[in-house]
Design a protein around this ligand. Structure first.
Ligand SMILES: [Zn+2]
Length: 265
């Protein structure tokens, strides 16, 4: 069976349908119509359990408050321990609870193969830090790149393709990737299997060690869709030999096609 096969609700077991509906009936969860057709679910997919849903919602919210407090740019590179510090010290955020920390720990250290994600682990420890000395801020983007090849490659890409290509995401620490991962799970009504098809689990992102995303200036959200692959900028990108594409169609990692994600080689 193809991984994450789309199925109509009518085609799956009644037990599963009951669980999917219980989740929606207890708590208001918006449907992300861009990513998942209404009344659609996936065979064998793993969800955040009903019992932990409220903990999940609370801790996702707390991470968003940390982002608001430190600012969008800084949130890309702060450590997980920094996030906990801000929670403890600022009442507008509030300390992370034991149950919240247990959930975050699990999401970080568990083996995502059970979600049909087969990429390599890139961060060993949840407390891993990114030093400001290792990175350079990229003006007007709110993002950072690692010094050395990632930074040099990006500048060469700008030279080769021109001003219309821009950095849309660079360095991401544990807090940032965790937050993105939880946002995706939330928009998919708790479906972790489906979320990990379009965003790497927190310990598995190459944004933590080298890679970055690019887009076409002014293209907005379309930069993170297949539509980017139709742009002149993308065609120019594929001609460059000093970089590569991390997630091609049908990649071994079990990740969706990401024409915008540059693999630093
Ligand atoms: Zn990316």
């Amino acid at each position: 069976m193809d991984r994450r096969t789309f199925l109509s609700l009518g085609a799956i077991s009644s037990l599963f349908v009951k669980d999917a509906f219980a989740l929606k009936n207890n708590i208001y969860v918006p449907i992300d119509s861009l990513s998942i057709p209404k009344n659609t679910t996936f065979r064998n997919d793993i969800y955040i359990s009903k019992e932990r849903w409220q903990i999940f919602v609370n801790v996702r919210d707390r991470l968003r408050k940390v982002k608001k407090y430190v600012g969008y740019g800084n949130f890309n590179i702060i450590s997980f321990d920094n996030a906990l510090f801000y929670g403890r010290n600022y009442s507008a955020i509030g300390a992370f609870t034991k149950a919240e920390l247990a959930l975050l720990d699990e999401l970080f250290y568990e083996d995502p193969a059970k979600y049909q994600f087969y990429g390599d682990r890139t961060i060993a420890n949840i407390s891993s830090k990114i030093s400001k000395k290792e990175v350079r801020k990229i003006p007007c983007t709110g993002h950072y790149l690692f010094k050395g090849k990632p930074f040099d490659d990006y500048n060469q890409v700008k030279k080769d393709i021109g001003k219309s290509i821009i950095l849309t995401s660079g360095v991401r620490g544990v807090a940032k990737q965790m937050s993105l991962y939880m946002d995706k799970i939330y928009r998919l009504n708790g479906n972790i299997t489906q979320a990990s098809f379009s965003i790497a689990p927190p310990a598995y992102t190459y944004h933590a060690i080298s890679d970055f995303d690019v887009g076409k200036k002014g293209f907005g959200y379309d930069n993170f869709t297949d539509r980017f692959a139709k742009t002149k900028e993308f065609k120019e990108l594929t001609k460059l030999t000093y970089i590569s594409m991390r997630y091609e169609i049908n990649n071994k990692d079990g990740v969706g096609y990401e024409p915008w994600h540059v693999k630093v080689i």
